[in-house]
Design a protein around this ligand. Structure first.
Ligand SMILES: CC(C)(COP(=O)(O)OP(=O)(O)OC[C@H]1O[C@@H](n2cnc3c(N)ncnc32)[C@H](O)[C@@H]1OP(=O)(O)O)[C@@H](O)C(=O)NCCC(=O)NCCS
Length: 405
């Protein structure tokens, strides 16, 4: 018979055990030094563990983020992280119980949204998470990757980590104000973004920090290739490239792509509307494929739907099916007047019927209701209701974040 599993908080002296269950489940190891390094980022008061006979067998936790909203101030968001269940305890409902605790905590903290990066897409839909902020992976061949409007890369300066820690955050903050889906976080996160952990280099060189005046920055590395045929064929790996105007965007891309001894630049988790392909004389030099999306769930439907702004006025009743969070399950009348929303409980099947995970996917405007209806994942009861929902949720700028947590 399976032993009883209990769900509870994590004490400071359990941190090493907690992290080790997570890293072992993920198949990597952590030295004491690594543990000390990650300790400042873990909000231990938000960690939730599963135990059997007092021993940790499941881990989960949350970061307290701000999530940029379309047309409104950022909303508070529970960034779900370090989710793991020890192999011998899988498929017994351990994750489900930890998720319940995380959602209840988020609710108590007044966080209308939760977000996460999913290791596997099928895990989180049942908890109301949908792929809200799609991303692309760009691969650019250096040969022939010329810009239509070349810029003077003399404005790009390589800086040390301390300078990056000082100059990058205000640039990021300016970008965050313009793009939904971006995350606001505690200052300690900058150490995490800028740190150069040798375990994560994968044979590449040290991180380089490039600054374009106070208008953009890039964090990247060069990895040597095989020099086949005597030719340099290294790869530039871009971790972040954030720029607040077209010239800074072009300058940073040109600088990074034109790295000596490289043949290719790879940039994962880029925004789906990344302008780079359009900036190239030959757009085909930048190959785009789908990358991991950020998954978003509504912890509280009315609080979440009234947290964002809207460009169109309309009234639609959404019948939300949420088997995980009973209080979200029901019909919700979303009414927008002069960009301001109200959301109240209603009756019946509404104009549109959809699962909580689909609402999670749509809420930031990064996915289209008409597409989900085409896939049979939304039931439309009023003519054109899906198209009206598209217009209601549409945003000027695609929602996106590149920050992994
Ligand atoms: C993913 C993981 C946390 C699931 O934990 P778990 O305790 O087995 O999950 P639960 O028992 O609560 O599962 C709840 C439901 O999700 C389903 N599910 C769980 N993991 C799944 C997966 N990887 N793919 C598809 N379905 C999955 C279960 O089958 C179950 O479905 P049911 O309610 O219809 O029976 C665990 O398998 C794990 O640690 N995996 C490796 C690490 C990882 O991927 N972590 C996620 C990080 S984002």
């Amino acid at each position: 018979m399976a032993s009883e599993v209990t769900i509870g908080r994590v004490d400071a002296d359990e941190f090493a055990d907690f992290r080790r269950v997570f890293t072992q489940t993920f198949g990597f190891s952590m030295s004491d030094e690594d543990l000390a390094r990650v300790r400042p980022w873990q909000e231990l008061d938000r960690a939730v563990a599963a135990r059997v006979h007092g021993q940790i067998v499941g881990t989960s936790g949350a970061y307290s983020f701000d999530l940029s909203m379309p047309g409104a101030d950022p909303a508070r968001c529970c960034g779900v992280t370090v989710v793991s269940v020890r192999a011998d305890q899988r498929r017994r409902g351990v994750l489900t119980r930890m998720m319940r605790q995380l959602f209840d905590d988020a609710d108590e903290r007044g966080e209308p949204f939760a977000a996460l990066w999913a290791s596997e897409a099928p895990i989180y839909g049942r908890f109301g998470f949908g792929p809200a902020a799609p991303a692309i992976n760009l691969e650019i061949e250096r040969a022939g990757a010329r810009l239509r409007r070349p810029v003077d890369t003399g404005d790009v300066e390589l800086v040390d980590r301390a300078t990056a820690a000082d100059r990058f955050p205000p640039i990021y903050e300016a970008a965050r104000r313009r793009r939904p889906g971006m995350l606001g976080f505690a200052d300690t996160w900058w150490e995490r973004l800028l740190e150069d952990d040798p375990n994560h280099r994968d044979g590449a060189g040290e991180k380089r920090y490039a600054l374009f005046a106070d208008r953009g920055f890039a964090i990247y590395r060069l990895k040597q290739g095989s020099w086949e045929g005597g030719l340099p064929d290294g790869t530039v790996h871009v971790q972040e490239l954030i720029a607040n105007d077209a010239q800074a965007t072009a300058g940073l891309w040109q600088f990074v792509i034109d790295t000596d001894l490289s043949a290719t630049t790879r940039a994962g988790r880029r925004p789906p509307d990344d302008p780079l392909p359009l900036m190239l004389q030959d757009t085909g030099r930048a190959k785009a494929r789908a990358d991991w999306p950020l998954y978003v769930a509504l912890v509280d439907v009315p609080a979440a739907l009234t947290s964002r702004g809207y460009d169109t006025d309309d009234t639609l009743t959404l019948r939300v099916h949420d088997r995980f969070r009973g209080r979200n399950d029901g019909a919700w009348r979303l009414s927008v007047t002069e960009g301001k929303a109200t959301c109240e409980a209603a009756d019946g099947d509404g104009d549109i019927e959809l699962d909580a995970e689909v609402l999670g996917a749509l809420v930031l405007g990064g996915q289209r209701a008409t597409r989900y209806a085409g896939a049979g994942l939304i039931e439309v009861h009023t003519p054109a209701a899906a198209a009206r929902l598209d217009r209601l949720f549409a945003t000027d700028v695609a929602p996106w974040t590149g920050v992994m947590f």
